[in-house]
Design a binder for this molecule. Structure first.
Ligand code: SOE
Length: 389
């Protein structure tokens, strides 16, 4: 096993910071994998990317991603630029024989995501997609309980991803609100995470029926953007919002379980409620990312007089990844999910296997997103079979 993986990262905002933090944390907390070497960070705005590079600890800066990919000292290309950049960069990285990490949603549409998967498979490189919430130890505990049959047969998955950061009608038209850059709105940005969670915990989707809505159709053009915040003048020029503000759908899984899903940026008061409940024949689990160290668990074979949901604090060494952090009861946060994700990537590279979740998962999620969009447009149930190659 090589002791290092040389990383070139494209993007330097919210996710760029989260990934940089993960690369820096790995050698200190999870040192059983090759050490990521933070070789080069890339962004179009030279001043801003240079500042980020210094702040996050990158060795050098590029302003053209093609130059980054052309460098022969790079093993892994980390793509966290806006979604419309994913495909072209991933295809070029694969052609250059680099491993690829790509943020979710994998692409603007299913066809593009398939091209990315094909290119990575053809090149024989490792590929991973950024569904970081799978890596919360409490979610891993839910997975373990389901795999061990401790919830019995799964009947229901109930998933929510609720935010409120664009509720002000004068909030500017940031890239996440433009179809040509983001692919879709709350559906692909938030719903993609819940779809991945459902696939991870329950199984593959058979069919969906859904609806989407854009409540605010026009917004001021942005004059400044940082992460999820932006400035724009309500007196200035406006542009069309071309994605959904909210999406809701129902699903039937291949194993017969039923699911309900809600993704919205108009849930006033919900900064980032990312939660699910699963009900099985022998028990249930409930998770809410805003209390991510906890899993609520119910077992129907508990003695009747103490039956009820119990709160399990998933911070013991018995819980995935927790051996790496602090003594039991000392909680972890959002950034740790990303560190665990990057640990899986480095481990997979060292073990010469594909990381999980990878582009296959990205494509399957994209197929569900597309099925929901088709269902909303045509007002009917849509089977995933309609999207088979
Ligand atoms: C914005 O809605 C966002 O940052 C998403 O893009 C992320 O994927 C999610 O983790 C948090 O919210």
């Amino acid at each position: 096993m090589s002791d290092f993986v040389n990383v070139g990262m494209i993007g330097y905002k919210f996710m760029g910071k989260a990934h940089s933090n993960a690369y820096r944390a790995l050698p200190m907390f999870l040192p059983d994998v090759p050490k990521p070497r933070m070789k080069v960070i890339c962004g179009r705005d030279e001043q801003a990317v240079t500042k980020a590079g210094e702040q996050f600890g990158w060795e050098s800066v590029e302003t053209d991603w093609r130059s980054l990919i052309a460098r022969d000292d790079i093993d892994l290309v980390d793509i966290n630029a806006p979604s419309d950049a994913h495909k072209e960069i991933a295809l070029a990285a694969a052609a250059a024989g680099k491993h690829i990490f790509c943020e979710k949603p994998l692409a603007l549409n299913l066809a593009d995501s398939r091209k990315m998967l094909e290119a990575a498979e053809r090149a024989g490189v490792k590929h991973m997609v950024g569904f970081n919430y799978r890596f919360a130890p409490a979610v891993r505990l839910a997975k373990k309980l389901i795999e061990e049959g401790r919830l019995g047969r799964i009947y229901h998955f109930r998933g929510l991803f609720l935010q409120d950061w664009i509720m002000d009608p004068d909030f500017p038209l940031v890239w996440r609100l433009r179809k040509e850059v983001a692919g879709s709105g709350s559906l692909g940005d938030l719903g993609a995470h819940t779809i991945d969670m459902a696939r991870y915990l329950v199984g593959e989707f058979e069919e969906v029926v859904g609806m989407t809505e854009t409540f605010i159709k026009q917004r001021p053009m942005p004059t400044e953007m940082t992460g999820l915040t932006a400035k724009g003048s309500k007196e200035g020029p406006h542009g069309d919002v071309t994605v959904d503000d909210a999406a809701m759908f129902m699903a039937r899984f291949d194993n017969g379980a039923l699911g309900t899903f809600e993704a919205t940026r108009f849930a006033n008061g919900h900064r980032s409620t990312n939660s699910f409940e699963i009900n099985g024949s022998r028990g249930s689990v409930r998770f809410d990312f805003e209390r991510m160290n906890e899993l609520e668990v119910y077992f129907s074979d508990d003695p009747e007089d103490v039956q009820g949901f119990r709160r399990v604090l998933a911070t013991d060494a018995a819980h995935d990844y927790m051996y790496a952090w602090w003594p039991a009861g000392h909680t972890i946060g959002y950034e740790h999910t990303v560190t665990h994700e990057m640990h899986e990537l480095m481990k997979a590279i060292a073990e010469d296997r594909q990381p999980v979740p990878n582009f296959v998962d990205g494509v399957k999620c994209q197929a569900v997103l597309e099925a929901v969009e088709r269902s909303a447009a045509e007002k009917r149930w849509v089977k995933l079979q309609e999207f088979e190659d």
